[in-house]
Write a protein that binds this ligand. Sequence first.
Ligand code: AGP
Length: 614
Amino acid sequence: MCGIIGYIGKRQAASILMEGLTRMEYRGYDSAGLVVIDKNRAKFFKEKGRVAALKGKIAGQDLSGSLGIAHTRWATHGEPSERNAHPQCDCQGKIFVVHNGIIENYQALKDQLIQEGHKFASDTDTEVLAHLIEKQVTSDKEQVTSLAQAVREALKKITGAYGIAVVSSDDPDHIVAARFGSPLVLGIGQDELVIASDLTAILPLTSKVVYLDDGEMVTLNREKYTITDLENREKNHQAQNIDWTMEAAEKGGYEHFMLKEIMEQPQAVVNSIRGRLVEKEGTVKLGGLERANGRLNDLDRLVIVGMGTARNAGLVGEYMLEEYAGLPVEVEYASEFAYRKPLLTASTAVLAISQSGETADTIMALKEAKRKGILTLGIINVTGSTVARENDAGVYNHIGPEIAVASTKAFVSQVVILSLLSVYFGRRKDMSLVTGQRIINELEDLPEKIDCILDIAETIKPIAEKYKSAKHFFFLGRKYNFPVALEGALKLKEIAYVHAEGYNGAELKHGPIAMLDENFPVVIIIPTDSVYEKNINHIKEIKARGARVIAVATEGNEEIKKLVDDVIYIPKTLEMLTPILSVIPLQLFAYYMAVARGCDVDKPRNLAKSVTVE
Ligand code: AGP
């Protein structure tokens, strides 16, 4: 997600702001900018690309001033560019806003502001805030609205998530910041204050911090800070002393990015469904598909392409879309699709799934489909990436950067978005209102159910340690959880360097079972679902060969304990959504196995986060 920093104090702001941006680079971003207010002058620079590019741009410029804000942007609305970089400002170039989050109702607000004569300079949702604040400040000529009051009133008009900082050249002694759904921390230094989205930007200045809560805002001046809610009721928070190292701060206190991103999965689901559920109609709205609307109505076949984890998510989508949307689907390795002779018709669409949006195999497949005039769709996390730009229409994950090489929260988000597509297409066909509502309600319950699994994460650690000397594993799943077996095996291979193969449970007796003995453990995903009894049979076949079995089962299932060696429980959910829960114990199992084996969890050998070569 974006990085925010604001400074007011005894020192020059520019160097402190730039140092803060540098410390937040690890978060992933695509552009950067800053504004310094000096008396009533605003000195404002921004640039696409790295912080170094911004540094080059401000070299030699007069950036004197002891108050300012700065930002590294992770694009959500509006592709990476200088014009879409933050700060975003109002018509007069006096009010500057940096923002982390998503304003869901920005389009309606923007349309209204344009009608009222406001001129927009970017494609971002954030710019709407600058104009709303401007409108408040200028609305009542007699009463000079304070910057804080103008921000308060503007925030009441938006829905969505925000962490913001605001300054104005008409008010050179205040910074106003506010949060709802995106983090903001206040650093309290000696005669200086710093506000940031991330501890890494604060720790070099002070270890004394105050965390803001959702719905709160803080006004900083040169003497003090005041925290209120949006009704201007004062709030008091106890300052805390943080003794983290910089590295620990980057990982939010977790030992590895992978663990941090596993723990972020409840929020990843929230971000993936935010603003997309239309519960009363039992359907979903996916704005990014509107560009292809006319062609989606005639869709009679979908080919899903991706690599690795993205393809595994696509395999879950195949079951979903066939069962709930009656849509024939086939899932292809993108690398195969690009070089085989796929039989496509005008009513076929190709859906590319890619977290990075830069996987060469997937880009090749997408270009091949476009060359044939086929409608191309995408599920992508990185805004403005090649896959995002190449496809005709798509859906963003909105889960912020995924730093660890091993993909975790992206898989969960991809499966969530595939379930949204199942409702989207299903409700255009014969999916009932009730079924649509049932899926939507269950999606809304998922973050809490994921939390239940994460709460017992530590119990998986001894299980991983118990099996850490095993050289081989099978991962088994049926139906919706067959792709999860593939994903669990991939995780163990790529971060713990342990050989593991994922199979459809029934396939075992067609050969692989010959491998089993007491040194060849098997992980089986066995939720209480339509193929539960089949999985019980597989367990009996496996135990008869002396192999140990670890089961991922639905909580409350006592029977399973008598049949296997270890059980990891997950909450009950709709069968089609179990992959979002059943994958999490497997991610944690692989993580703890890698730690037990002393592997470099975030940067496993031989691997890159994005495979940009074929
Ligand atoms: C998954 O943990 C791996 N990092 C890898 O398989 C990855 O999923 C694959 O390279 C696809 O990446 P993409 O989603 O960025 O296209």
